[in-house]
Ligand binder design. Structure first.
Ligand SMILES: [Zn+2]
Length: 283
């Protein structure tokens, strides 16, 4: 005798609700597009996701703009500071050289005065000489004085020319220096402003970015993030007159219609951006 128990049948798994599998559409989309049929509700509709994605793109565009604006200024400031340092150094060197020339000039003028005095003295002595030899010696000394004066005068003229050149260089360098300083100060205050301003703005943008991201399913979210990481702020392209506005390649007419119907999330075959029909972004 054997007992057969069928208890298991009764305690069996509670009938899990069967997931309504999404209908698959294949090939007949164009026709469906023209139908205003009642089955429209059953079609997958990604227009909500696409709207979110477009909003995300707008946010990321702003974030990219901020990054770009900010990223450019420190570089510019650095470059200008280098130029400023160069001109400051050159001006300093030239000013030092100018000072050296000026003191040399002073020394020569002083020296010339002494030589002239000496020459005058010799000249007076010339009338009191007793011998021809004394006269010749004095004449020789006077000649030597004039030779020295001549040499010094030549150098003084040279110095005059050098001073002029240096002054010109210093003047034009100072002009450039002031331009660069002005430009750098402008950049610096711009950067300071941006830093202060963006701190708040960026926090706000990142906050709404997060809020939009959580509305997307994982797959769409990671797709977007992946594309956005290479096209900063430009992960979405609009389909306009049959072209992708991201890369300007044409989109096949059939695909264009599919994109307009938003039954799926399509990416551009050429550039990989997510494609949105113009009609989906008109708010
Ligand atoms: Zn494209």
């Amino acid at each position: 005798m054997s007992e057969i128990k069928n208890k298991d049948y009764e305690e069996g798994m509670e009938g899990a609700e069967e997931n309504q599998s999404e209908e698959e559409y294949s090939g007949s989309r164009i026709l469906e597009f023209y139908e205003d049929g009642e089955d429209k509700k059953d079609k997958p509709d990604y227009s909500f996701e696409l709207a979110i994605l477009y909003k995300l793109k707008k946010i990321d565009e702003e974030l990219a703009d901020i990054e770009e604006e900010k990223g450019d200024l420190p570089e510019k400031i650095e470059d200008l500071t280098e130029r400023i340092n160069f001109y400051e150094k050159r001006i300093e060197e030239n000013e030092n050289n100018l000072e050296l020339l000026k003191s040399e000039e002073k020394k020569l003028i002083k020296e010339n005065k002494k030589i002239e005095e000496r020459a005058n003295k010799y000249d007076e002595q010339k009338y009191n000489v007793r011998t021809n030899k004394e006269y010749d010696d004095i004449s020789k000394m006077i000649d030597e004085c004039f030779e020295m004066l001549d040499k010094n005068e030549k150098r003084l003229k040279e110095i005059e020319g050098l001073k002029e050149l240096l002054n010109k260089d210093i003047e034009s360098d100072k002009e450039k220096l002031n331009e660069y300083i002005e430009e750098r100060d402008e950049c610096q205050s711009k950067l300071d402003d941006l830093n202060a301003q963006f701190e708040e703005e960026e926090t706000e943008l990142n906050k709404s970015r997060k809020a939009y991201l959580v509305k997307l399913d994982n797959e769409t979210r990671s797709l977007y993030e992946r594309i956005n990481s290479s096209y900063k702020g430009e992960a979405i392209a609009i389909v306009r007159r049959g072209n992708c506005t991201g890369c300007y390649n044409s989109i096949p007419p059939q695909r264009e219609i599919e994109i307009r119907m938003a039954e799926s999330i399509f990416t551009c075959q050429s550039c990989g951006r997510i494609l949105i029909d113009e009609s989906h972004i008109k708010e």
